[in-house]
Design a protein around this ligand. Structure first.
Ligand code: ATP
Length: 270
């Protein structure tokens, strides 16, 4: 079950240059994760503890997972990912067991970056922890906190987590010695969107007269993940038309298609 619940990569194939529009966040993650992994002696000499855990928070599809993969890759560390939802288990003790496995595996594979996605699944404020399901989730969170508390920050394991629901988090996990470095990963602004579109069209055969800046200007409210889908859709239109190059109107058609899909989704929800 260990293998099922965790994703392990010796070196994930993401580099900092693949991530657009969040340079400041990249800088902060490097300082909190890469520097302590690469120069532990410097922290020792200066006499400071690096942050225990790094929490990335912000809307979906903005690059939080990419950031965690990239810092693991660029620090030559094993990347070990666990989804918070995986830690919410049916049987008593299963969640805590997985948390222990996670830290054990990291110790075997150090240097390592542990990344817990959707941490809110196990670390939300609870109004009612009397129901048995909630009590079990609570125990899993306590196990996570105890693993972090018994942890040597100067060691070769760094812990990261991500959430789209920062407001829901239990403050216990944000205390010093736990997730004590918070990094907000916001939706991209105009320049970020252009950079992200550049990244995602880099490998595509785009006609010379396509102006990525013009396309990007129409993408207000798009996340990085939305922009990645837009680029793929544009390529699909070119293929459907039997062309080898992606032209400006392919991006417009892709945008319309994604907008329509969005509306359909709204209708289903409402
Ligand atoms: P979630 O909260 O939904 O898990 P996330 O913030 O972790 O989302 P990622 O999984 O990192 O988002 O991004 C999903 C995909 O969207 C990436 O694989 C990439 O293709 C694209 N993407 C998102 N953000 C960026 C970005 N800043 N630069 C380039 N591509 C991006």
């Amino acid at each position: 079950s260990r293998a099922q619940a965790m994703e392990v990569a010796e070196s994930p194939d993401v580099v900092y240059d693949d991530i657009g529009g969040i340079d400041e966040q990249i800088r902060e993650v490097r300082e909190a994760v890469e520097d302590p992994l690469e120069n532990p002696e410097q922290f020792e000499t200066v006499g400071v503890e690096p942050p225990s855990g790094v929490l990335l928070h912000g809307p979906p599809g903005t690059g939080k997972t990419m950031l965690a993969k990239a810092v693991a890759n660029e620090s030559d560390a094993t990347f070990i990912k666990m989804a918070g939802s995986e830690l919410v288990r049916k049987f008593i003790g299963e969640g805590s067991r997985l948390v222990r496995d996670l830290f054990e595996l990291a110790a075997e594979r150090e240097p390592a970056v542990i990344f817990i996605d959707e941490i809110d699944a196990v670390a939300s404020k609870r109004t009612d922890s009397k129901t048995s399901g909630d009590a079990e989730v609570q125990r899993t969170m306590m196990q996570l906190l105890s693993e972090m508390d018994g942890f040597d920050e100067r060691g070769e394991i760094r812990i990261m987590a991500a959430t789209n629901r920062f407001d829901m988090l239990d403050e216990a996990i944000l205390r010093p010695g736990r997730f004590d470095r918070l990094i907000e990963v916001p939706e991209p602004g105009p320049e970020g969107r252009e950079r992200i579109l550049e990244i995602h069209t880099q490998e595509m055969n785009v006609a010379a007269d396509v102006d990525v800046g013009v396309v990007a200007r129409e993408l207000d409210g798009y996340s990085g993940a939305d922009i990645a889908s837009l680029a793929t859709e544009a390529g699909m239109f070119a293929i459907r038309d039997g062309r080898t190059e992606v032209i400006q109107s392919d991006f417009e058609r892709a945008r319309e298609k994604l907008q329509d899909a969005d509306k359909t989704e709204d209708r289903v929800i409402n």
